[in-house]
Design a protein around this ligand. Structure first.
Ligand code: DOR
Length: 417
């Protein structure tokens, strides 16, 4: 069956192709079919038309780091609820971390998550496999079967790769598959922020030695940004991400919101936050990843020391990040690049740009929509966010995955023109 949708009069923002202009986009048979040069209409018949005047139309957003909690922690999140929340948040592709129960350390488990995502998920899910068996930090897993099963990287996220020897081995083998080892940099024996920087420095050294690819997850300190900047200058194969919460919030949130603001790595100082933004501007930080980490409110209502770390991020990520554009800390193109072509490059997949004949994944933002974060309306089971009650300007209003509208706000109008 032929299917088509014309997205008309929005600002097309496609950083990969240096496009930021008002125009029209035609989706046909689940593919990007045509991108206007100016404001001209496509030739041919009348299409179902989404009126995008005043809206920002981007390639579907990609999140390289989230927690879907299935199997094992289904009271926190499931593949079904997590992907729904991700679609609502503007994501069409997400990569899920392996700290499930049991952890994702075998090809069978990777295949099971992928199959479940295909059956029950709203969008595309790429799993990340463990670095060590059982995520126990002792024995390296045998990577090849997981690669064949479709992992996009390896990580013991939640914990760092335990020893430099393990990291070296993992980077050597990861290199053969051109896949990153994604490290959660935290020294279990050393306090932050030095603990993060110590492990990041170790990883960068091993990456330099092996020429393997290390990806530093949720960078949170100015020191780590500087370490990565210097390593990139030397040609070390390193990529890095920052989360929305580390780009927007600082440690004073912990006093205000208690356990809801408990996250790992913790929220830092304003100087650290600004260093992350500067890192995005000069390319030291490649991408923004949510680290969506849902927990139950029961767990999060415990005293700070006993509550689990993590922020539920899908529902609010893009809306909150728009503040960086409104306050002129980032340009719109810089922000969108961190969610589209730059993570696509890390995934090495033909995503994140309006290339004709590529899959029709599209995210539409209303930059002026004002809304209040109401966790009761979250599609994620995780209601744990320090942004509860926050007033935000800018919201995802439609998400199209493989040509299908997987989320649409009531304000978005579609009709036959
Ligand atoms: O805050 C966090 N929560 N940081 C992590 O690295 C893990 C995550 C989780 O799984 O809850």
């Amino acid at each position: 069956m032929n299917k088509a949708l014309l997205i008309k009069g929005g600002r097309l923002v496609d950083p990969a192709r240096k496009i930021s202009r008002v125009g029209n986009l035609l989706l046909k048979d689940d593919k990007i079919s045509w991108v206007s040069e100016g404001r001209e209409n496509p030739v041919g018949k009348a299409y179902d038309t989404l009126t995008a005047k005043g809206l920002i139309v981007c390639p579907g957003f990609i999140d390289f780091h989230c927690h879907l909690r299935e199997p094992g922690f289904e009271s926190k999140e499931t593949i079904a609820t997590g992907t729904k929340a991700a679609a609502y948040g503007g994501f069409t592709t997400i990569c899920c971390m392996p700290n499930t129960r049991p952890p994702l350390d075998s090809a069978d488990m990777i295949v099971a998550v992928k199959n479940k995502a295909e059956q029950e998920g709203m969008i595309q899910v790429f799993p990340i496999g463990c670095v060590t068996k059982g995520r126990k930090g002792k024995d390296l897993i045998y990577m090849e079967p997981l690669v064949k099963a479709g992992v996009v990287g390896f990580s013991d996220d939640g914990d760092p790769v335990r020893t430099p020897e393990l990291m070296e081995e993992a980077l050597e083998i990861g290199k053969m598959f051109n896949l990153p080892v994604i490290d959660h940099c935290e020294d279990p024996n050393g306090g932050p922020p030095e603990g993060e920087e110590k492990i990041a420095a170790r990883d960068l050294e091993v990456a330099e030695k092996t020429n393997g690819w290390v990806h530093i997850a949720h960078v949170s300190t100015a020191g780590t940004v500087e370490l990565i900047r210097q390593a990139k200058k030397k040609g070390v194969k390193v990529t890095a991400e920052a989360t929305p919460h580390h780009l927007l919030l600082t440690a004073d949130m912990i006093e205000k919101r208690g356990s809801l603001a408990k996250v790992n790595p913790p929220l830092r100082t304003e100087a650290d936050r600004q260093a992350l933004v500067a890192g995005i501007k000069d390319g030291t930080i490649d991408i923004i990843a949510t680290d969506h980490a849902p927990h139950t409110m029961q767990e999060k209502q415990r005293p700070y020391a006993d509550a689990p770390a993590g922020i539920s991020g899908f529902d609010t990520a893009v809306g909150s990040l728009m503040w960086l554009v409104q306050s002129k800390q980032l340009t719109l193109t810089e922000l969108i690049a961190c969610l589209t072509n730059k993570p696509a490059a890390i995934l090495n997949k033909p995503l994140g740009s309006f290339v004709v004949d590529s899959v029709a994944n599209v995210t539409i933002i209303d930059p002026n929509k004002e809304w209040v974060v109401d966790v009761n309306k979250f599609l994620s089971l995780g209601k744990n966010t320090p942004l509860a009650g926050a007033k935000l300007t800018g919201k995802v209003v439609a998400t199209i995955y493989q040509g299908n509208l997987v989320y649409k706000d009531d304000s978005v109008i579609i009709g036959l023109r």
